[in-house]
Write a protein of this length. Structure first.
Lengths: 470, 469
């Protein structure tokens, strides 16, 4: 519980209606989309503007109260759980599109805006914001910024970070700073913009962002390639890239994933084959036609048993939507779904898929794999039940093996979900002690009292497990 | 900060087993200047390809508080590599031994001394492209590009150096060797140190290896020249182009002063009575290119271009680009000293910035030429002067300050691609505010508590002013 005096001070800043500490509210904000990291905050605070955010942070900094900024809580690495209590900061009063600047091709937004609302608003003006995390219907742009979210179009268009030009940030001491601007080129000092993006709310609170837009591609086309052999599908991915074609989307779904997705979405996906590749290209009509033809040929060369071109945008959209629902569909099967996003260099996709299958067999666990094959970002997903202690133990071992394998192949433990509380015990695998020390130096410089989202990114203790903890 | 003693020098020599330690005054003099202003003599210059030896040197420097200045080919226009506090210059241009292209991963792995142009060539041989193309790419090292986050004409469509760096090997100011990022295009494992170090001007560590992202090389390109009677119309053409969904690979502006200078230097048949011209290059798939080119030409005409020249073949195209390349050599014939600024504004503010520049030119009675990468708002106002003329240089200093002010007031920045270095440090607070600058200082202090890495750069010293004379 917050001290009564502090609570009153917070109320003075944001108004009574925007400070909640009743049990129901606290419970609602005690978890995110990551299993097993539930933790009750002391209060939920919803500031109405940047100045109020600054006042709240000043108070919390003074009293050493943890602050956990939260969007829609779709986080998959326990990044938004208040693992050390404190205040959950909501952005429900800060959801506006401040400006769409058609001359400079930028959009300036508040953090609470839903990603899809942003995408729709700019598309209405013929512009394009490419980052499209699968959760975009509910995720907020603030969450995307803090996690540096990826998405289906990441292969060709990059991730959230590639579209952030400037930020307004409230620092833990309450200072408000602006980084970057509507500038295509800017080298005045250190790149704080990119440092904040992906910092998982541990360095400050993003209160406004100016994002880059690009012209809307003229046309797009989608195909589905069917495979009897998982490795052949992975080879096709490498082959497409090696032929100097970068599709917008190059997604991989294995059979177990296909089955549940079809059951859930019912759009006629093939369920009797080992894997599919969902491939999309966009751009000028002539280029799209040519690329899709070439991609189809490359898929067939790599043992695709069938290649279907979507006949209409409606059909294409159904395929994309089906892919986006993969996680929700899988989550229906068993009580606990653990989704990983170990990422490897593109050329190692086939090897990684093979390794995941071997690991699943070795530890006798159910792993479905889908994901952004084109950029090496796979999502091995384990269906399990957290109450089955013996099985969970094997799941943990399996994921630990997957992390090790990813790093061994020159990859990383997380491509787009973030480290959060979940993967912090594994950070050293990728960064080494010196690398972690370098990052901690930055954290310390920004947030000496460690009030910003404590317990995330940096492991606190020797806790070694993904799922089970005290 | 301490000067290098004989004892230090002995230790330095014992560390650098595989390379060279240069101490003769004539050698040190070669390392005392760069592409900007001022000369500062280092105590010694180190050349070694060994990362371990460099790391050991950093540990020594950190212990003994000796300034370290990493240096590539020193084409810096902001004083980045100048050893302003003596100490050791680390000549990383000798580390030119790694240049690997991994086709399947679409990455190149390079050591810092590799020339940017050699990376371009290696990629192109395999049908790939490394887009960042600073004008100095035939002499600049990739290490310098990384430290400064270099841009170039292709920045508009393809972005700058930072957009192509996915992994680094870095020696920290405390002498640890760390790896950031990797070979994956997606990576959110902790803070993005890669992008923090790129553009940090050698103040946070020494880059000893980099993983660069490559992209497929566009199959075709085409060029056109649009000629305008008013600078404002040219500015309008630039912003309308982008709004219309056309993204040229290059879009370069030349004002009347630069057109005249080039034409006097070498007659190319440029329209000397025009107020401005824009050179536009489009690239992409041949199937789509012609249509886009026609659209771009029509657009220029619709905002008042008096003529759009479309070259018929590659040699005519080269002829057009020659005009742009000759601007720099042409303008230095007018007067010996060229001060090349790169204040950058949002694209929509290009016409406003042009007006402000015109006013500054009149007010201070200086010779100001404007050209540059207009498409991304990165204009290069160049002041042509004579550094022996003290009175003129005073006016130039004031004019430069006014240019910075104008850029920041229009929502822009002091530097789009040249870096802050020594020259622009006094203006940092104007752009970033006290809190913003303080955050950067705190990062610097966290990593480099003894301030041994390229001291005197980015952060102004109390009372520091722009000095050109």
């Amino acid at each position: 519980m917050l001290a009564e005096e502090l609570k009153q001070q917070l109320i003075e800043v944001v108004g009574e209606a925007n400070v909640q500490d009743n049990k129901a509210s606290l419970l609602v904000y005690s978890y995110d989309a990551t299993p097993q990291f539930q933790s009750i905050p002391d209060a939920v605070v919803a500031p109405r503007n940047t100045d109020e955010v600054a006042e709240v942070l000043k108070l919390c900094n003074e009293h050493h109260i943890p602050v956990v900024p939260r969007g829609s809580g779709t986080n998959l690495s326990a990044g938004t759980t208040p693992v050390e209590g404190g205040i959950v900061l909501l952005f429900k009063h800060m959801q506006d599109i401040i400006e769409i600047d058609e001359e400079n091709l930028t959009v300036t937004v508040q953090p609470g805006l839903i990603t899809l609302d942003l995408i729709n608003a700019v598309e209405a003006k013929g512009l394009f914001y490419p980052p499209d995390p699968s959760s975009m219907k509910i995720s907020t742009i603030g969450g995307n910024l803090n996690e540096n979210s990826g998405g289906l179009r990441g292969l060709k268009y990059g991730v959230t970070r590639d579209y952030v030009m400037g930020l307004e940030v409230v620092l833990p001491n309450g200072d408000i700073i602006r980084t970057g601007g509507k500038l295509a080129k800017d080298v005045a000092g250190y790149d704080l913009t990119r440092l904040f993006v992906g910092s998982e709310g541990t360095l400050g609170v993003i209160t406004e962002a100016t994002l880059k837009l690009v012209p809307m591609p003229e046309s797009k086309k989608t195909i589905l390639a069917l495979y009897e052999d998982i490795e052949a599908a992975a080879e096709a991915v490498s082959s497409i890239i090696a032929h100097r074609i970068i599709p917008t989307t190059l997604e991989f779904l294995d059979q177990p994933t296909l089955k549940v997705v079809e059951e859930y979405a019912q759009i006629g996906l093939p369920t009797d084959i080992e894997a599919v590749l969902l491939i999309e290209q966009d751009g000028p009509q002539e280029v799209v036609d040519r690329d899709i033809e070439k991609i189809a040929a490359l898929c067939r060369d790599n043992q695709a048993i069938r290649v279907d071109v979507a006949k209409s945008e409606l059909e294409a959209d159904a395929l994309r939507t089906a892919r986006r629902t993969a996680l929700s569909a899988l989550a229906r099967l068993k009580p606990t779904t653990i989704l990983e996003d170990a990422t490897v260099p593109r050329s190692k996709i086939a090897e990684m898929v093979r390794a995941i299958n071997d690991i699943a067999r070795e530890y006798k666990v159910d792993i479905c794999t889908f994901g952004h094959a084109g950029d090496g970002n796979l999502h091995p997903t384990c269906l399990t039940d957290v109450r089955n202690k013996e099985e969970i133990h094997r799941v943990e071992q399996a994921f630990e093996s997957i992390f090790h394998k990813a790093v061994e192949l020159g990859g990383t433990i997380t491509g787009e979900h973030g480290v959060g509380a979940m993967k912090s015990p594994y950070l050293h695998l990728k960064l080494g002690d010196e690398g972690i020390a370098a990052m901690k130096g930055i954290k310390q410089a920004f947030d000496p009292n460690n009030i910003m989202n404590p317990g995330k990114i940096f492991a606190k203790s020797e806790r070694k497990r993904v799922v089970v903890h005290a | 900060m301490r000067a290098l003693t004989e004892i230090h020098l002995e230790e330095v020599k014992s560390i650098v087993k595989t390379g060279r330690v240069l101490t003769k005054e004539s050698d040190r003099f070669s390392y005392s200047f760069d592409g900007s202003f001022g000369t500062f003599l280092p105590d010694a210059v180190i050349q070694t390809k060994s990362v371990e030896e460099l790391a050991a040197l950093v540990r020594l420097a950190n212990r003994e508080l000796i300034p370290l200045y990493p240096r590539g080919q020193a084409t810096s226009l902001s004083g980045g590599p100048l050893p302003v506090k003596g100490g050791l210059v680390l000549d990383l241009s000798v580390m030119d031994h790694v240049l690997e292209v991994h086709e399947e991963d679409l990455v190149a792995v390079v050591s810092p001394g590799v020339l940017t142009a050699d990376i371009h060539r290696a990629a192109e041989e395999r049908g790939l492209m490394y887009p960042p193309d600073p004008s100095s790419s035939h002499v600049s090292t990739i290490g310098g590009n990384l430290a400064e986050n270099s841009g170039g004409p292709k920045g508009l469509k393809y972005g700058v150096t930072k957009d192509y760096v996915i992994g680094l090997e870095v020696i920290t100011p405390e002498g640890e060797i760390i790896k950031t990022g990797g070979r994956t295009v997606k990576n959110v494992t902790g803070y993005d140190l890669t992008k923090l170090i790129v553009g940090s001007e050698g103040t946070l560590g020494i880059i000893t290896k980099a993983v660069l992202k490559l992209i497929p090389k566009p199959k075709a390109s085409t060029t056109m020249m649009a000629i305008f009677d008013s600078l404002a119309d040219a500015g309008k053409a630039i912003s309308n182009m982008l709004t219309a969904g056309i993204l040229p690979s290059k879009m370069e502006l030349m004002d009347q002063a630069s057109i005249i200078a080039v034409e006097q230097f070498e007659p190319l048949g440029l329209p000397v009575d025009a107020a401005a011209l824009i050179l536009i290059e489009l690239d992409g798939h041949p199937a789509a290119l012609q249509e886009e080119a026609d659209e771009a030409a029509a657009l220029c005409q619709s905002v008042g271009a008096r003529e759009v020249r479309m070259p018929k073949n590659k040699s005519e195209e080269a002829e057009l680009w020659k005009a742009r390349k000759l601007v720099s050599p042409a303008i230095v014939r007018i007067k010996p000293t060229k001060i090349s600024e790169d204040a950058t504004v949002p694209r929509s503010k290009i016409p406003d910035m042009c007006k402000r520049l015109e006013k500054i030119r009149e007010e201070y009675g200086i010779h100001l030429v404007v050209f540059g990468h207009a498409g991304d708002g990165n204009l290069h106002p160049n002041i042509i002067c004579d550094k022996n003329d003290t009175e003129e240089m005073k006016r130039v200093e004031q004019a430069v300050e006014e240019i910075f002010k104008a850029a920041v007031e229009l929502g822009g920045t002091l530097s789009g691609e040249h870096g802050i270095g020594l020259m622009k440090a006094p203006f940092m607070e104007m752009e970033l505010g006290a809190a913003g600058l303080d955050m950067m200082k705190r990062i610097k202090a966290a990593w480099d508590p003894n301030n041994i890495m390229n001291p005197g750069k980015i952060f102004p010293e109390p009372g520091q002013k722009l000095e050109l004379s």
